[in-house]
Ligand binder design. Structure first.
Ligand code: PMP
Length: 437
């Protein structure tokens, strides 16, 4: 364990950790639903790490697969070379993807997946001769990683404001949270589908043939868990189809079972042109991201100009053997342990437990879908300390890991959470909220 001065000097992998600089949360182990802290305390993981450890921590088959792969083939470039695990991982991912989406382009994180998807969209139209289609539309409160592309289409102001200028020719749809209409709605709010029509308005402002792609999280995650209003995604798809705009679902959080189906696309019955994924792709065990595409986009992108050097994309670690091995083993675990079905079965109890917090002090909205939930807390009128941050910190002191997102507490546990652990998670939050002024 590092000493205090080492931690203060070097321990800053994430700027958000500044608040813990003098007293970081050191973890030395994990298994199933729990982290083990350096002082031996067991922490119930209500966040699946960072929305990624869908099957619970340190699943043996995944650990063994990574070890085995490391002993055989440490590295091979995906640039003019390949290895069998990459094909196997791609075909396994395609086998659970929405029908017709059979192609996988590997990256190493969600951020890289997003940038890759945006580049694929641009290249697709270039190859088709539609050179004027360059504009991207994101959504307010959207999170798409920390790369320049993802940041440009993202809609969380505090992530963007100190890093501009970002990509030109980006615009944003409004978000779908309106407390007056959706407060305490369970699952998808009944109200708000018409907000998708703002895309039609943007298309009229900019000329529809200038828009390459719309990128959204089907369920806004880091922006505070906002499920799409009923009919919203269908309307967005229809407007994209009307104008030849590509629709990208950023499924970095919703992919791999979070909503009880392999992808949100299947949970909502709306198929995008591209899906970005990461996190649950390897159950968090090894960095990996990817873009899943259908024939239409893929064929154009891969056909490219005669000289492929002209249409060039890929990363040193794309399809890394360890990541591919981890991903194959992860999909085995998801299948063998019925993880997605389990999430679907647990969702009603999860919903009931979340909504039982209604009426506690400062709780002004509760949202849930699949095994995601947000408890929205009233901001302090004087602009004082954010209640959600305080609540998350107090939960941690009581051995429960949850996060804040704006004024909301957000929860995204491993999908293997038991009924008793759900009870403990929400009982802890309830206790903390009663004490919090
Ligand atoms: N997209 C979404 C929807 C995400 O939630 C995240 C990460 N929270 C990203 C992209 C970026 O992923 P990464 O941190 O792996 O780059």
């Amino acid at each position: 364990v590092p000493n205090q001065s080492e931690m203060e000097s070097y321990w800053l992998p994430f700027t958000a950790n500044r608040q813990f600089k003098a007293n970081p949360r050191l973890f030395v182990g994990a298994d199933g639903m729990y982290y083990t802290a350096a002082d031996g305390q067991r922490i119930l993981d209500g966040m699946a790490g960072l929305w990624c450890v869908n099957a619970g921590h340190n699943q043996r088959p995944i650990v063994e697969a990574i070890k085995h792969a490391a002993e055989r083939l440490d590295y091979v470039s995906s640039f003019q070379m390949a290895h069998p695990l990459a094909f196997e991982a791609a075909s396994r991912i395609a086998s659970i993807a929405p029908a017709g989406m059979d192609h996988v382009f590997f990256a190493n994180s969600g951020s890289e997946a997003v940038d890759t998807a945006l580049k694929i969209a641009r290249a697709y139209f270039r190859v088709k001769g539609e050179v004027g289609r360059t504009r991207f539309i994101g959504r307010a409160k959207g999170y798409h990683g920390m790369g320049w592309g993802g940041l440009s289409v993202a809609g969380i102001g505090r992530h963007r404001k100190d890093f501009g200028p970002l990509l030109p020719e980006t615009d944003h749809l409004p978000h779908t949270l309106d407390l007056a209409h959706t407060a305490f709605s369970r699952g998808q709010p009944a109200w708000g589908a018409h907000l998708a029509d703002e895309l039609e308005a943007l298309a009229q402002i900019h000329d529809p043939s200038s828009i390459a792609a719309v990128i959204i999280e089907p369920v806004t995650g880091s922006g505070g868990v906002l499920p799409p209003p009923q009919g919203y995604l269908e309307r967005l798809r229809a407007i994209c189809d009307r104008h030849g705009i590509l629709l990208i679902f950023d499924e970095v959080i919703t992919g791999f079972g979070r909503l009880g189906a392999p992808f949100a696309a299947q949970a909502f019955g709306v198929t995008p042109d591209l899906i970005t994924c990461a996190k649950g792709m390897t159950n968090g065990a090894v960095p990996m991201g990817g873009v899943i595409a259908g024939d239409k986009v893929w064929n154009a992108f891969m056909a490219g100009p005669e000289n492929m050097i002209e249409l060039f994309h890929g990363y040193t670690y794309s399809g890394h053997p360890l990541a591919c091995a981890a991903s194959i083993a992860t999909l085995d675990v998801y299948r063998d342990q019925d993880i997605f079905e389990r999430a679907a079965r647990t969702a009603p109890l999860w919903e009931a437990a979340a909504h039982a917090l209604k009426g506690l002090p400062n709780v002004i909205d509760i949202r849930n879908i699949g095994l995601l939930a947000a408890i929205e807390l009233a901001p302090r009128p004087d602009g004082g300390a954010v209640r959600a941050i305080e609540a998350a910190n107090r939960c941690f002191d009581e051995g429960v890991l949850v996060r804040s997102a704006g004024d909301a507490l957000v929860l995204s546990p491993p999908l293997v959470i038991s009924d008793a652990e759900i009870e403990r998670l929400f009982a802890t939050i309830a206790r903390v909220l009663k004490l919090l002024q």
